[in-house]
Ligand binder design. Sequence first.
Ligand code: ZN
Length: 115
Amino acid sequence: MRCPRCGTLWRLGALRCGMCGAEPDFSALGVGPPMPARPAPAPPSRPQTSRWAASAVTFGPAGRIVATLLVLVVGVWLLWASFFGFVGALLWLGVITPWALRDIWRPVRRSGPSP
Ligand SMILES: [Zn+2]
């Protein structure tokens, strides 16, 4: 598990990041707080995932594309209009956009057999 803010690899059961102090985003994992007794989920073969499948936490293909376009359009508009100034546009494109795109295009476990 990695820190959502700075990317530092966390030890199992850590309640907050040792580098930046960020707390883990349990909702993103779909589980509760870490169980120290639980073995580390590190399967050598990755489960079948798809960036196009809809799930409880992600959009389907259309939703993902729309969300991506929205994020990009807002970023371009911020640059063009400089509504929040250059810093705001930089923040959007450098921080919010990658974060949003990673969330939008998060792979999910496929329900059916792989093609
Ligand atoms: Zn951190």
